[in-house]
Design a protein around this ligand. Structure first.
Ligand SMILES: [Zn+2]
Ligand SMILES: [Zn+2]
Length: 334
């Protein structure tokens, strides 16, 4: 039976309006989820400013409340929701690259109702169970913070397995995620420089084990094996490329501006690579859950604020102030 309820809609200019909204019952292979926590993201900024036709939110954790025909996940199962409605059948999906699905059925929170609402309808393959103990706000770290960032690191490691130094340009949420995941996976001895223009963000990065560098001083750093640009800025991308040693790899994970390349000196002569990285394969969840379960105190520091869903506008304002880590919107169980 369809559920008639209300849901918060971003209606533009930073306003949130609770409107009547109906959720269909789950169809074949689908699950209906009660979101309990949803982390805000830089990519939500445009929706907050301009408004959204669907309920926003794409970094959600919650509980299964109903399963459609053929779906086998028990009601009550706790888990997180993958952004993309990947098909599971195309060539990309069969190769494990669900983040590059060739027949994607939309993105949660962008063109399908997302995690700030009271319910979320997903295909069962988009849901990843997390067990009984992980708090929901912390579970949202499995999405862009660990997932997207971890995949960017994997892209670099595929080309450059012997990373001995790392530079991250941009200390926003994705850059912080790269820092945290790299700190845990590469060990304490690999220096991780992280640049930004914001003093607040640089001290936050330092508290998580990064070596803070003002964006103006990146040129003074010694050469690095790998750079990850999480700023999306042309100048930052170029400064990162300039810092790469021979065999160096630049991974661009933040969408945004251009990068001007001189192919011979920048790429060929130094044997460098420039890669893009979009979201993450569904198959990465399992390894990231292990990492999260063993490092809850460290990774938990990335969530600096939580707000009840009734304070969604304030949550966005706090997040967009530029002086926060991840901001998570929570909802009680119904
Ligand atoms: Zn996100
Ligand atoms: Zn596919």
């Amino acid at each position: 039976m369809a559920v008639a309820t209300t849901a918060p809609f971003l209606i533009g200019s930073g306003r949130v309006e609770h409107r009547a909204h109906t959720y269909p019952e789950p169809g074949a292979g689908q699950l209906l989820i009660r979101p309990r926590a949803n982390a805000l993201c830089g990519s939500d900024h445009g929706l907050f400013r301009d408004g959204s036709q669907v309920v926003a939110g794409h970094e959600a954790a919650g509980t299964v409340v109903a399963a459609g025909p053929g779906a086998t996940t028990p009601v009550g199962t706790r888990g997180v929701i993958y952004l993309m409605g990947y098909c599971g059948r195309c060539r990309s999906c069969r190769a494990g690259a669900t983040n590059l699905c060739l027949d994607k059925a939309g993105d949660m929170g962008f063109n399908r109702d997302g995690g700030l609402g009271p319910l979320e309808l997903v295909e069962e393959r988009m849901f990843f169970p997390i067990g009984d103990d992980l708090p929901f706000p912390l579970a949202t770290m499995l999405l862009d913070v660990m997932g997207t960032s971890g995949a960017a690191l994997n892209r670099a490691l595929a080309v450059r397995p012997d990373i001995k130094s790392l530079l991250i340009t941009g200390a926003g949420p994705v850059g912080i995620g790269v820092l945290a995941v790299a700190r845990l996976r590469l060990g304490q001895d690999v220096p991780i420089h992280i640049s930004d223009v914001s003093g607040w963000r640089l001290s936050f990065a330092e508290s998580l084990g990064g070596i803070p560098v003002h964006a103006d001083s990146v040129a003074d750093l010694p050469p690095v094996d790998v750079a990850v640009d999480a700023s999306g800025r042309a100048a930052a991308r170029r400064s990162a490329l300039d810092r790469l040693a021979k065999r160096g790899v630049l991974v661009c994970v933040g969408h945004g501006e251009d990068l001007l390349l001189q192919v011979s000196p920048d790429l060929i002569a130094a044997g460098r690579a420039v890669l893009g990285s979009e979201y993450f394969p569904y198959g990465d969840f399992a390894g990231n859950l292990e990492l999260l379960l063993h490092n809850q105190d460290y990774l938990g520091q990335i969530v600096t604020h939580t707000f009840d869903v009734g304070e969604t506008a304030l949550a966005f304002e706090t997040f967009l102030s530029g002086e926060s880590g991840k901001v998570v919107v929570t909802q009680e169980a119904e």
